[in-house]
Design a binder for this molecule. Structure first.
Ligand SMILES: [Zn+2]
Length: 459
């Protein structure tokens, strides 16, 4: 979440992150809460107390929402229980549960403005620690009211996932998964017609997830050379207060594993097992798990992550490539406009100079509203109408994967050359990659390709 949420009865302790990446998620509860009841506890008496205390109650099938927030036109509070019910079905399907078999499952959520009012009503026990944003205890959760309706709804669903996983799945997984899956399953957009809740593995636009700030956080960590490795995220430890950095990282790891074609099945297999303390070990010992590949793919993911990121278009082929003789004729390679980094299949020699020329024209997106869309076309130098990550959109980028960037941060692509004509020196023995500079969100509206001729330059 954009701000720390308190989510588990137990706390998390210090993390292993370097420098600024100080891991800190979730709270340390002041006291261990009472033992878990055998079934859904009696929530109705609590709702009756709320009504007696003059608090408002909104009822859905799965959520009873109590609040002291004064009524305001258009605050949408009455919509929260039905949206929660839709989300509940999505969460069930994620874990292979039949929603009909859990039709009676209920949670009691308290949307809190004045904590003293809830304490006085007997709805905020002393055992609940002084949470910053939210706290979940079995079938009950509390969240501090938020001025932004989208953020409030995300926070409510985040705590709702904790209630779901804690009670129905007895979750006791390492922190990265417990928090990451709550963030992952809560992230959504609302559409006009039911079911309005649409889970979005990676949000398409920033306005769908106002104030969450997770994609921005990963980008900021990347720019500062402080992005976590996948191992760093796996080692997130319980600590007193959460940070946006640790939440963003936990979300990124789950979004990556759930979405990447090389890891989605492995994560799903782990999720069918007990959600216990050995979860990470079972995930990484699965026969389909390749540790080095996962580490590199996660680094490539955090480097290129942005709104509208689609794994099908951004997944990287890491094949080592074939060397090409120095006196070979120019090699012609095509680079597609609707994909991220593309392996040319050509293995470069470190220190060797190469010259390239690119030709052709491709579509790199559209501008304007649906009925008046203008198609944006670009050649290899790019177009000045829009820039992305410091370079014109549509510009040809030439790169190699750099395991030890000068910045000192995690591995990433080093751009060796750009534009329609360039001479460059290979940074390493490894494959040459090409891409057309663009926002991930534009790739689905992009089309066509550029032709690139490359030749090694005699010494
Ligand atoms: Zn949480």
């Amino acid at each position: 979440m954009a701000k720390p949420t308190v989510s588990k009865p137990r706390g998390w302790a210090a993390g292993f992150f370097p420098a600024v990446f100080v891991a800190a998620i979730a709270p340390l509860a002041a006291a261990q809460p009472p033992a878990e009841p055998a079934a859904t506890p009696a929530l109705r008496p609590l709702v009756a107390r709320a009504t007696q205390a003059g608090l408002r109650v909104f009822r859905g099938r799965h959520l009873m929402l109590v609040t002291d927030r004064p009524p305001r036109d258009g605050d949408g509070l009455d919509q929260l229980p039905p949206i929660f019910d839709e989300a509940f079905a999505v969460w069930c399907r994620h874990y292979g549960l039949d929603p009909a078999a859990h039709a009676d499952w209920q949670a009691l959520g308290c949307l809190v403005v004045d904590r003293d009012r809830f304490r006085a009503a007997g709805l905020l026990p002393d055992a609940v620690p002084d949470f910053t944003n939210g706290y979940c205890w079995l079938h009950r959760f509390w969240l501090a009211d938020q001025s932004n309706g989208d953020y409030r709804r995300h926070l409510l669903l985040h705590e709702g996932v904790h209630a779901f996983t804690t009670t129905l799945l007895k979750i006791d997984t390492p922190t990265w998964y417990t928090e990451g899956i709550a963030a992952f399953l809560a992230t959504h957009r609302l559409v006009a017609t039911a079911p309005r809740f649409q889970q979005t593995p990676i949000p398409a636009v920033a306005t769908e997830v106002e104030q969450l700030g997770r994609i921005e956080t990963i980008a900021r960590l990347r720019a500062a050379g402080e992005a976590p490795s996948l191992d760093d995220v796996f080692q997130l430890r319980p600590t007193l207060h959460g940070t946006i950095t640790s939440y963003a990282s936990a979300w990124a790891a789950v979004a990556f594993l759930a979405g990447h074609p090389r890891y989605a099945a492995v994560l799903a297999a782990a999720e069918r097992g007990p959600l216990d303390a050995r979860f990470t070990a079972r995930l990484t010992k699965h026969p389909g798990w390749d540790e080095a590949a996962a580490r590199r793919d996660f680094d490539a993911f955090t480097a290129d992550l942005d709104y509208g990121y689609e794994f099908e278009r951004m997944t990287i082929d890491w094949s080592p490539g074939e060397p090409v003789d120095a006196d070979a004729p120019p090699l012609r390679i095509v680079v597609r406009a609707d994909r991220g980094w593309q392996n040319t299949g050509w293995r470069l020699r470190a220190g060797q100079q190469y010259r390239l020329r690119a030709s052709g024209r491709c579509v790199v997106g559209t501008v304007g509203e649906a009925k008046k869309q203008t198609v944006l076309e670009s050649e290899a130098d790019g177009i000045s109408i829009d820039w992305y990550r410091g370079r014109p959109m549509g510009r040809l980028l030439v790169g190699q994967w750099d395991e030890t960037p000068d910045s000192g941060g995690r591995p990433q692509f080093q751009i060796l050359a750009e534009g329609a004509a360039a001479t460059f020196t290979a940074a390493s023995d490894g494959p040459l990659f090409l891409k057309i500079n663009n926002r991930p969100a534009n790739l689905s509206a992009s089309d066509g390709q550029l032709a690139v001729d490359i030749v090694s330059v005699d010494d």
